[in-house]
Structures are given as structure tokens and as C-alpha cells.
Design a protein around this ligand. Structure first.
Ligand code: CP
Length: 313
């Protein structure tokens, strides 16, 4: 297959077919097996622009680390106080400055549509590292890669997605990605944090969707635990609630503790995009189903593969 990622933006999981995602996974496997001296030619002399307008630990560090791992470098900012945005420069002009000094841009912004806007301004490829509550496509990619690696397949699995399904942007990228596979998805949330209908309506219109995804909604988690192959926990996104009182009503709605390990399938996996607050108790970290730290480590590999595919024909 010709490289479909070359010079392309990464704005939504909707834009990638199953075959393209499988190419990314294969490239991730190859990169993780390559010695550094062989990997450096993939990014040598290339510069990644980092534009992070919102806090991040994993995504920003793994983009920077991924670029370094293929021989490239990264420049940019992770807070606006040190930029000319403080002097009134526009977002569009800021994108133009980063575009002029780099080969590829990785960005995070609190507003929906921000990454797409940046991609319209920039002639260099733009990768979204999260745009408001809309999507976090590279998280979706590494989430699917984690399932593939840890379960050996994605087709045929029963996957529970739990917590803040309204504001959690990783949920949307994951659902759009899963829609290209043959899976059963159980969405578990309080009534006020149900997934936005845009995620489940019109899945058939998503590129490469094979329409065999089956989605059910639930309010209780514990009865489902013995049935699930993958349990994807998410944090209640306090910062996105318009009203603190509304957050307090749903705070701590779901959690997994060490004793829940006993009622789960022995070969189930528990994932979380992280950061976690209290939805996975630290005591669970040593349980055989815990995979969230491994999932986080796969982020560097998948982002290195993505950067190398975008930068090289
Ligand atoms: N998973 C994720 O996006 O983490 P950060 O917010 O730390 O980047």
C-alpha cells in the first residue's frame, strides 16, 4: 500500500480506514524493534513544532520523545505566557510562525475545531494532541494499538468504556476507531454524562466503518465487569463542567479497586488514557489486568511511527 499518511494531517480518527490503522500498527512494531542507529534516518534533520495551549504530561512528552527517537528535534511552547500571544498576536499568526520554523506541528488546544483551523492555516502537517471535547486522535490510535498488542486482536471483543463519556475526548476517538472493527461496546456513564449523540449516530458514515460495531448504554459498571474483555476507564473531566455543583453530583461515580480483579475475566485488560484521579485505585496497579501504564508507554512508539510515516514517502 502506498503510504497514506505522507504529508497528511491527523485531526480525527474518522479520517483513517482500518487498513491505514493496521499499517500504523505494523510500522509501530517495526520501529520498536529497530536499533536507534537505523531509526535516526526517519527523522534526521526534521523539526517538530509543539503548540500546547492546555496542560499535558503524557502527550507532549511522548511527541517530543518520539521525535527524538527517530533522530529529529522539537521546539515550541507548552504555555502561552512565554509567547507573543500575550502581546495580542492571533492564533493564526502564531501557527504561521511555528509553520515557518518546523516541518510538522503537534498541537493541543481547549477549543473544538482548533486543530482543523490550524491545519487550514499551515502548509505543514498538523497533528491534533486534543481539541476541546472533540477528539484526541493519537490517543485513539495508541488505545487501539494497546488492545491489539495486549489481546492479540480487536475483532470479537467486548469493550466497556466507563466514566465521563460526554466531555472525555479520548472516548470519541476510540469509538470512531472501534467502528472500523467487529466489536461490542458497552458505554457506562451517569445519565448526565452520556456520550454525545454525534458519536453513535451516523457511524456508518465514518470512513472504513464496517458497521458491525454494536453499542449499548448502561449506568452500572459492576454487573458488567465479569463480561468485559477490555475495561476502558476515564476521568470525570472537572475542568470542562460549566458548574462545580454539577461536577460534585457525579464525582466518584465509578471506580475499580483491587478486589474487582477477582470478578473480572483473568485475561481482561484495564486501560485508562490517564491522568487518573480516583477511578482506578492504586491498589489495582499490581493486578494482572492492569495495562494503563503499558498503554502510556505504547504512546511513544505509535507517535514515532506516525511521525515517520507523515515525514517520509
Ligand atoms: N492521555 C493524555 O492525553 O494525557 P495528558 O493530558 O497528560 O497529555
Amino acid at each position: 500500500m502506498p503510504n497514506p499518511f505522507f504529508k497528511h494531517d491527523v485531526l480525527s480518527m474518522k479520517d483513517f480506514s482500518r487498513e491505514e490503522l493496521e499499517l500504523l500498527f505494523l510500522t509501530s512494531d517495526k520501529i520498536s524493534e529497530m536499533k536507534f542507529k537505523d531509526r535516526v534516518s526517519l527523522g534526521e534533520g526534521r523539526i517538530q513544532g509543539i503548540m500546547f495551549f492546555e496542560p499535558s504530561t503524557r502527550t507532549r512528552l511522548s511527541f517530543e520523545s518520539a521525535m527524538a527517537s527517530i533522530g529529529g528535534t522539537s521546539i515550541g511552547f507548552s504555555e502561552t505566557k512565554t509567547t507573543s500571544l500575550e502581546k495580542g498576536e492571533s492564533f493564526a499568526d502564531t501557527v504561521r510562525v511555528v509553520e515557518a520554523n518546523t516541518d510538522i506541528i503537534a498541537m493541543r488546544h481547549p477549543m473544538e475545531g482548533s486543530a482543523r483551523f490550524a491545519s487550514d492555516v499551515s502548509s505543514k502537517p498538523v497533528i491534533s494532541g486534543g481539541a476541546g471535547t472533540e477528539e484526541h486522535p493519537t490517543q485513539g490510535m495508541l488505545d487501539l494499538y494497546t488492545i491489539q498488542k495486549e489481546k492479540g486482536r480487536i475483532d470479537g471483543l467486548r469493550i466497556g468504556i466507563v466514566g465521563d463519556l460526554k466531555y472525555g475526548r479520548t472516548v470519541y476517538s476510540l469509538i470512531y476507531g472501534l467502528s472500523k472493527f467487529d466489536v461490542n461496546v458497552d458505554l457506562v456513564s451517569p445519565p448526565t454524562l452520556k456520550v454525545r449523540k454525534e458519536a453513535t449516530l451516523g457511524l456508518e458514515k465514518i470512513r472504513g466503518s464496517n458497521n458491525t460495531i454494536e453499542i449499548k448504554e448502561h449506568e452500572e459498571l459492576k454487573p458488567l465487569l465479569p463480561e468485559l474483555d477490555v475495561i476502558y476507564m476515564t476521568r470525570i473531566q472537572k475542568e470542562r463542567f460549566p458548574d462545580e455543583q454539577e461536577f460534585e453530583k457525579v464525582r466518584g461515580s465509578y471506580y475499580i479497586d483491587a478486589e474487582d480483579s477477582k470478578i473480572m475475566k483473568r485475561d481482561a485488560i484495564v486501560m485508562h488514557p490517564l491522568p487518573r484521579v480516583d477511578e482506578i485505585r492504586p491498589a489495582f496497579d499490581n493486578m494482572p489486568q492492569a495495562r494503563y501504564f503499558k498503554q502510556m508507554q505504547y504512546g511513544r512508539t505509535v507517535r514515532a511511527a506516525l511521525l515517520s510515516l507523515i515525514l517520509n514517502p
